[in-house]
Ligand binder design. Structure first.
Ligand SMILES: *Cc1c(COP(=O)(O)O)cnc(C)c1O
Length: 242
């Protein structure tokens, strides 16, 4: 990667981290509570590698096939366990096995059938419980995710699955939502998370997170309690990515 391109990437990353820190300060939160997931779905293996060299420890992809092709070309991803890989896209049951071979965390559990498949495959692969977020639908044009009411039931069902480690709720605000609507969507997810948390044992409850916030709304998300922000575009502005 050219030095000039690398400098742009480094500056973008620094700026995003500063904006997360500023949002944390406004909400009296510790910036260490917020994990930046760099969403690399639109960029090359080379840029993904450069991001990791710059200190990014969490990578997100939304398509199994694309990740399967890209990951082997990213040297920093060869060693399993060093970088956390987050699957953030819609997941079909027939892709679960492959996704578990490539990814560490799943952000898009939206049915019991899917959760049961994750549970079964996790046991077959002899890996520990898979960290999973339940995806909640926050807008009409969005097909993925369950309603807030269903999230609660799905949560209870998933608690019985030894291969699924519940780590919180995930959502996406509709693209057309303005700042006020986006904020109310994120704060509503935090309320649902708190409801669920009240029924967890203390040890587990502490770790229940909120995966919310993308390039155009991550500051609002952090102010409303996001623990995982998923950011692509803002990291790649000014780069020759295509
Ligand atoms: C693409 C994507 C993101 C990142 O979006 P940007 O607007 O590029 O930051 C976050 N979450 C999901 C689920 C995505 O598909």
């Amino acid at each position: 990667m050219e030095a000039a391109q690398r400098a742009i990437l480094a500056a973008n990353l620094k700026r995003v981290r500063e904006r997360i820190a500023a949002a944390c300060a406004r909400a009296s939160r510790d910036a260490r509570e917020v994990t930046l997931i760099a969403v690399t779905k639109t960029v090359s293996a080379e840029i993904t590698e450069a991001l990791i060299e710059l200190g990014v420890a969490d990578i997100g992809e939304n398509k199994f096939q694309a990740a399967k092709e890209k990951f082997p070309q990213v040297p920093a991803l060869r060693e399993r366990g060093k970088i956390r890989r987050h699957f953030i896209g819609h997941l079909q049951s027939n892709k679960v096995k492959g996704v578990l071979e490539l990814f560490d965390v799943i952000h898009s559990v939206d049915s019991l059938k899917l959760a049961e498949e994750i549970d079964k495959r996790a046991l077959a692969l002899r890996r520990g419980p898979v960290p999973c977020f339940i995806e909640v639908n926050s807008g009409e044009e969005q097909k993925q995710g369950v309603s807030h009411e269903q999230a609660w039931n799905l949560w209870l069902d998933c608690q019985r699955l030894g291969g699924v480690q519940l780590c919180g709720l995930m959502t996406m605000a509709p693209l057309k939502a303005g700042p006020a609507q986006t904020r109310s969507i994120f704060s509503k997810l935090a309320v649902t998370r708190d409801d669920v948390r009240a029924h967890e044992n203390e040890n587990q409850a502490r770790h229940l997170g909120l995966s919310m916030g993308m390039s155009n709304d991550f500051e609002i998300a952090v102010e409303e309690g996001a623990t995982h922000v998923r950011i692509g575009t803002a990291l790649f502005e000014g780069l020759n990515v295509a």
